[in-house]
Design a protein around this ligand. Structure first.
Ligand SMILES: [Zn+2]
Ligand SMILES: [Zn+2]
Length: 322
């Protein structure tokens, strides 16, 4: 395989003194490299996923690694036939992943990082609990065999679930995992703060585990935040765990309901997809705003005539007049 594009997934907890100024420069740098994607900048670091031509992505990684603040970034790199996004967003927020745990600094203390093979060799031990810190719509598509999952729709609900976990697993070794590793930095740190003593985290998340440990014992697909929606990670013992939302047959084809008001994110089989024209029900199929179905079930907002550079310049001009 030698596809012309790369998709990068990365994060870094590192102090950024002036996030607003950094955001501006970084956005420009991404535009110059013709990257598309989503980057969040805050005082505590940066979190990104971008796509671009292989050589542009390599240049980006090189430039980032040359900056001492980002020298330690562990980029997860996937190959792709084209861009995985249609826009470039660089935004500032209070946290690089919304958790509400503003007081936690993973650079001061966090769970012990396990490399994929270490995680694989440790996860089935009797004194170990494997904890999925992601949201319900993510683990419903795929998760580690025997993982403990949480009834949460968003990571910011994680802290309130910890009391429950403490009752059940206080004396166990906890191994946390998420998509690319970023959520585990604060999740495992918070578990330590709440009194768990033996806390580990899967370094690089499911994505890196797929590359370095063959994805062994990860059942289903890994939900991702780009137009691929969900990716295969297990090349050792893959298993389908989801069923078609409409007819119930085993299937892991993730789509968004074509009715934008519904936008339900579920597995729908190829056959039901075409029958309902990408909708999750006959009701949604008949909705006046239903989007045309192209067989993928992935929809971009306002993609017509989008020009990243134009948007950037216009926004800058508005800033000046504001
Ligand atoms: Zn079906
Ligand atoms: Zn629907």
């Amino acid at each position: 395989m030698n596809k012309p594009y790369s998709i990068l997934l990365y994060y870094c907890y590192t102090p950024i003194a002036d996030p607003e100024e950094f955001r501006e420069q970084h956005h420009l740098m991404c535009l110059e490299l013709n990257l598309l994607g989503r980057i969040i900048v805050s005082k505590e670091g940066l979190n990104g996923t971008v796509s671009g031509l292989k050589e542009d992505c390599e240049k980006y990684m090189e430039l980032m690694h040359a900056d001492p603040r980002f020298a330690k970034i562990d980029f997860k790199v996937d190959e792709s036939e084209g861009h995985a996004f249609t826009k470039m967003h660089v935004r500032t927020k209070s946290e690089i992943v919304h958790s509400g745990l503003l007081h936690i600094d993973p650079n001061a203390r966090t769970g012990k990082h396990l490399e994929p093979k270490e995680f694989r060799d440790m996860k089935d031990r009797d004194d170990v609990v494997v904890l999925d810190v992601r949201s319900d719509y993510e683990y419903n598509v795929g998760r580690f065999k025997n993982a403990v999952t949480l009834d949460i729709e968003n990571f910011r609900e994680f802290p309130e679930k910890v009391a429950e976990l403490k009752e059940k697993y206080k004396d166990k070794k906890i191994l946390t995992y998420c998509t690319g590793g970023i959520k585990c930095e604060k999740a495992s740190a918070f578990l330590l703060e709440q009194g768990f003593e033996d806390v580990y985290q899967l370094h690089g998340g499911i994505i890196k585990y797929g590359k370095e440990a063959g994805g062994e014992d990860f059942e289903g697909k890994c939900y991702v935040f780009d137009n691929r929606v969900a990716v295969d990670v297990n090349s050792v013992n893959p298993k389908v765990i989801s069923t078609c939302y409409v007819c119930g047959t085993e299937d892991d084809r993730m789509v968004n309901c074509a009715n934008p008001v519904c936008n339900l994110h579920v597995a729908i089989c190829e056959k039901c997809g075409w029958e309902l024209e990408g909708a999750c029900s006959t009701e949604c199929k008949g909705h006046p705003e239903k989007r045309p179905y192209d067989g993928t079930g992935y929809y971009q907002k306002e993609m017509n005539g989008y020009n990243p550079l134009k948007g950037f310049n216009r926004r800058k001009k508005n800033d000046v007049h504001a």
